[in-house]
Design a protein around this ligand. Sequence first.
Ligand code: CA
Length: 335
Amino acid sequence: MSGTSLRPSPISPTIDLDAPGSQHGFLRLPYSRDDSAWGAVMIPIAVCSNGSGPTALLTGGNHGDEYEGPLALFDLARRLEPQSVNGRVIIVPAMNYPAFCAGTRTSPIDRGNLNRSFPGRPDGTVTEKIADYFQRELLPRADLVLDCHSGGKTLDFVPFCAAHRLPDQAQEKLAFAAVEAFAAPYSMRMIELDATGMYDSAAEAMGKVFVTTELGGGGTARALTVRIARRGVLNLLRHAGILAGTIDRQPTEWLDMPSGDCFCIAEDAGMVETMVDLGEPVAQGQVLVRIHAIDRTGAAPLELRAGLSGILAARHFPGLIKAGDCAAVIAVPSG
Ligand code: CA
């Protein structure tokens, strides 16, 4: 971000983020439009605060078609009571609220992908204004940041909690300890295809302990993945000392993404056939994905081979695929 001073955010919270007790309100973002001349986008936010412990910032709906985070966090916001909290929990269950209401990854207002819009702009698009508010108002208040993701309509994942490898070893260690506490079936040391503009990168650059998840996908949530999210969120708050009680430790398998060879990208369009299911082993060189022509009979399918050995961690979800789509992701069990 440039060093020039920025104007204040146009977003105003309807609650006092720094007051003790339990509050439910909105981040009010003025948005003048045809059906509401002096209207606003009303992003739900809850704060539960008591005592002098750390602050956790919990978010879902960064992408609007992912549901484990919102299901776990609307539920947590309703249940959390100040007397059980030591510190502060700030909950925004549906970060990119316009996208969440439309059930789409990006905002229907400006097509903004919130997770590629950081650090945002106070005088930018609606999505950039949301990013800017998190960048300058919410992230600085947080010690621990959890951003819940799933695959959305186009990807499906084995359920994992993740953090990134970081240049600061102490910060990285704290993040992986938080991942372990979340206790998803898989725990990932994650790399990104393109980290520019991500909320993750913004939080990490501020020195925050940042963890994320990929808990399923397909534009829906399953009973199992919602249970994992609910348990993980409580575990994380216990790990941080914000909630009392012991962590519900479940077996977790650590995975690595050692290089860009993890990503299997389609180079043609067609009907996709993933040759193994999520969590199943994959050997380097094995045919992982076949893409069948749909405009003729008699054509051999295009074969995509595994770039390394591991397990299938993610797959393209819809039955049809386009050139450039991520067809599959391999992760490597690392003990
Ligand atoms: Ca996502």
